[in-house]
Design a protein around this ligand. Structure first.
Ligand SMILES: Nc1nc2c(ncn2[C@@H]2O[C@H](COP(=O)(O)OP(=O)(O)OP(=O)(O)O)[C@@H](O)[C@H]2O)c(=O)[nH]1
Ligand SMILES: [Mg+2]
Length: 307
């Protein structure tokens, strides 16, 4: 178990390499040039954290807590301040958040804009939960392009799970209906629904999600329902804006942040949790089927700062 944890940790660390580099160019430099704990130090830290896309509001509130603790604990060493900063970031990520766990049967509805990484993430989640011993069924509810259905089909084949599909351009809600009925009949633990990224317009999207939710609730009334919004971390603060829009049309229960490997903007995780109060549940750090990890705030904060 310890070994497993160490492995996960080093994968997060590698996945966050660009963000870490960005932070160490910023926060790291501030600490390297550390002289005394004074207002100037905090101002430089503030700038460095904002540059890592932690968001202004979040940076301010985290640094306020760091300031208080540094004073109260009479910290004089750079390492001490750094440790407190990591702890406060971690604390802000876990504040009032219940750990994520699934009680089966469960349904995951995966939503998000074009290209955010939904389909890839469904593939990864399928493998993740299957290796936990759960029976999984996938619904190809992105019916806009045949290629999208085939892309998902390839992931499902690799993970060894069944995918429910219909013809291109059929009603996404009808696919979910079929899949939910099948999940019920076969006593499936977990149904994962991929959806289309095309954000026609807000009203359309809202109607479609409502319809899908209604079907799930009718077909699988006992199931735990999670609506997970997939956000592309490389878009930084834009991802936050997207999340705000989606929050207006859907009851999002969690966020999956993708492509953390390709960005210097990993600080966006902190900003999402603090400004939207939606917990980050998974992160992805690559295109491979195993590049998905449940989000662990302590590990994440440590990975950001550890040398
Ligand atoms: N580097 C990296 N690339 C990723 C990650 N997750 C997804 N991608 C890539 O992002 C691209 C888009 O992924 P998709 O899963 O097709 O995105 P989508 O949200 O389903 O897109 P649409 O169905 O068109 O809305 C693909 O090229 C993926 O390989 C990740 O964690 N890291
Ligand atoms: Mg897709």
């Amino acid at each position: 178990m310890e070994l497993e944890k160490a492995g996960l940790f080093s994968r997060i660390k590698n996945g966050l390499a660009k963000t870490r580099e960005n932070l160490s160019n910023g926060v790291g430099k501030v600490f390297a040039a550390f002289r005394t704990v004074d207002e100037e130090l905090f101002e430089e830290l503030e700038e460095a954290l904002i540059m890592a896309d932690m968001g202004v509001e979040t940076t301010m509130s985290v640094l306020e807590k760091v300031r208080e603790r540094v004073k109260f604990e009479n910290i004089k060493e750079a390492d001490g301040v750094k440790k407190i900063l990591a702890e406060e970031i971690s604390a802000s990520l876990t504040a009032e958040t219940q750990p994520f766990s699934l009680t089966c049967p469960a349904v995951l509805l995966i939503i998000g804009v074009n290209g955010a990484g939904k389909t890839t993430t469904v593939g990864k989640l399928t493998k993740w939960y299957k290796s936990e011993g759960k029976s999984v069924l996938v619904a190809a509810a992105d019916t806009f392009r045949a290629a999208a259905i085939d892309q998902l089909g390839a992931w499902c084949e690799r993970a060894g799970v069944t995918m429910i599909r219909q013809a291109e351009n059929s009603d996404p809600a009808a696919v979910v209906f079929d899949a939910a009925a099948s999940a019920k009949a076969r006593n499936i633990d977990l149904l994962i629904c991929d959806t289309a990224g095309r954000l026609h317009n807000k009203k359309n999207l809202m109607e479609e999600l409502k319809k899908i939710n209604r079907i799930i609730s009718t077909q699988l009334p006992e199931a735990q329902k999670e609506v997970l919004l997939v956000l592309d971390a490389t878009t930084g603060q834009n991802a936050l804006q997207q999340a705000k829009l989606f929050k207006e049309v859907a009851d999002i229960t969690g966020i999956i942040l993708t492509k953390l490997d390709g960005t210097t903007k990993g600080g966006i995780v902190v900003s999402i949790k603090n400004e939207l109060d939606i917990p980050v549940r998974f992160i992805t750090v690559g295109e491979g089927i195993d590049d998905l990890q449940p989000f662990d705030a302590d590990m994440f904060a440590q990975a950001l700062f550890e040398e």
